[in-house]
Ligand binder design. Structure first.
Ligand code: USQ
Length: 398
């Protein structure tokens, strides 16, 4: 299959590009390298020494003989070039990771909020409009987020995969209706993914585009079988207060002996998935697209759920590092339960990496190996959800 991976230089995009290339697909990465620019803006670097995109692609060719193309293009700003690229390449499918993906960064200041909305919503709409304009039958797989559902879901019923059947009272009696699960975003970033959902619903209905939306949980881990082949292919590992996700942050903190930065009581329950499973899920979704005229196909891309404080305790027990309960810089439920339906990927053969199996390997092979590259001044989360929440003390003891 000929596939363009939009955002193929990022944390999920790069290992997915290698996974798809390895599986025999003809892959071209389309990326504006904005994630690398944000590193410069934040004055922080991936814990792992990631190489320039050109070198990554050359090394992959050297090791496997497989070619990956690269086009430097901004989806939100360069619509005409993108449409021309689709006409020239005539891909069978697009995998769309090309969005600003950090919730804390999206809440950092007004500039970051506006950038996140402009970049993500405009980029996604340009992708959809370009598919329609070319008239090509291109399947689209988009990386969404579990965060579109929010964490206010109560009761023991699992969060369904995208849709909810509701009973409506009418003068003629009760009728059942299937609706998109109500959106309840917790940050400007998550808000953009809920807006994406509406764009997809419209284009699937109006233009019969074939769209799959992956509602992914929090990714942890770094390497996949392909990125581990050579150090020059290594995937990025973010640990800073804006881009680092909770579990990878804890692993890095444990590796350098920094108290684990639990926000509040750590009663937040979240869904998790290892990066190895992310890339497998994207491949499965790509190879099992919906038919023309189908509604948007939604998968919950998660393998297990954990409470933040249970994660901290697990890592503390493994490594002896202490736990710090910090004032929470976010507006979010102090405690929540989370029960997620994830039947589709399991039915399609996913064999997950569970946290209890992969943690030690991750600490040893990544966090400890590269700990000397860590900038300890970047660990504390400083982006706050509302003015007045700037309470994070500096914790590092040296
Ligand atoms: N948290 C801590 N301590 C930390 C960092 C985070 O207690 O040092 C807490 C947060 O307050 C939050 C939870 O851990 O309750 C998760 O935070 P996170 O930064 O790991 O995840 P989040 O901001 O939700 O975003 C990440 C990815 C995003 C993806 C999302 C999936 O950056 O791209 O969409 O996970 S989900 O959370 O399921 O919506």
């Amino acid at each position: 299959m000929k596939v363009l991976v939009l955002g193929g230089d990022g944390f999920c995009g790069w290992p997915t590009s290698l996974q798809l290339s390895d599986a025999g697909h003809d892959v071209t990465i389309v990326d504006n390298l904005s994630r690398r620019e944000i590193d410069l803006e934040l004055e922080v670097d991936s814990l792992t020494p990631i190489r320039p995109i050109g070198e990554r692609i050359r090394v992959w060719k050297e090791l496997t003989g497989k070619e990956i193309g690269f086009v430097h293009l901004d989806l939100a700003e360069e619509y005409d070039r993108f449409e021309a690229l689709l006409r020239a390449e005539r891909p069978d499918a697009l995998v769309h990771f090309g969005e600003q993906r950090a919730a804390p960064y999206s809440m950092r200041n007004t500039i970051a909020k506006r950038y996140t909305v402009d970049n993500n919503v405009r980029g996604t709409h340009n992708v959809l409009a370009a598919i329609v304009a070319t008239g090509l039958d291109i399947a689209l797989v988009h990386l969404g987020t579990m965060g579109v559902y929010g964490y206010g879901w109560s009761g023991s019923a699992p969060i369904p995969e995208g849709y909810l059947t509701v009973r409506v009272d009418t003068p003629d009696g009760e009728i059942d209706r299937e609706i998109l699960h109500p959106a309840n975003p917790g940050s400007v970033y998550h808000l953009t993914k809920t807006l994406d959902q509406l764009l997809f619903a419209f284009y699937a209905a109006n233009d019969q585009l074939r769209i799959t939306d992956l509602h992914q949980g929090i990714v942890w881990g770094t390497q996949t079988p392909q990125t581990a082949l050579d150090e020059r292919l290594v995937n990025r590992f973010d640990y800073d207060g804006d881009y680092g996700t909770v579990l990878n942050r804890f692993l890095m903190q444990a590796a350098i002996g920094h108290p684990l930065t639990v926000h509040g009581t750590g009663g937040q329950t979240r869904a998790f998935i290892h990066i190895r499973d992310t890339v497998r899920c994207v491949q499965i979704a790509l190879e099992n697209p919906p038919e023309r005229g189908d509604k948007v196909m939604v998968f919950n891309q998660v393998t297990e759920t954990y409470r933040v404080r249970d994660l901290a305790e697990l890592i503390s027990k493994l490594t002896g590092v202490s736990i710090a309960n910090l004032p929470n810089p976010r507006r979010e439920a102090v405690e929540n339960d989370l029960n997620v339906s994830r039947d589709r990927f399991m039915a399609l053969g996913l064999d997950p990496t569970y946290l209890t199996e992969g943690l030690l390997e991750e600490i040893r092979d990544v966090a400890v190996k590269y700990r000397d590259r860590a900038d300890t001044t970047k660990i504390m989360a400083r982006s706050v959800w509302r003015k007045g929440m700037e309470t994070s003390p500096d914790l590092m003891e040296g």
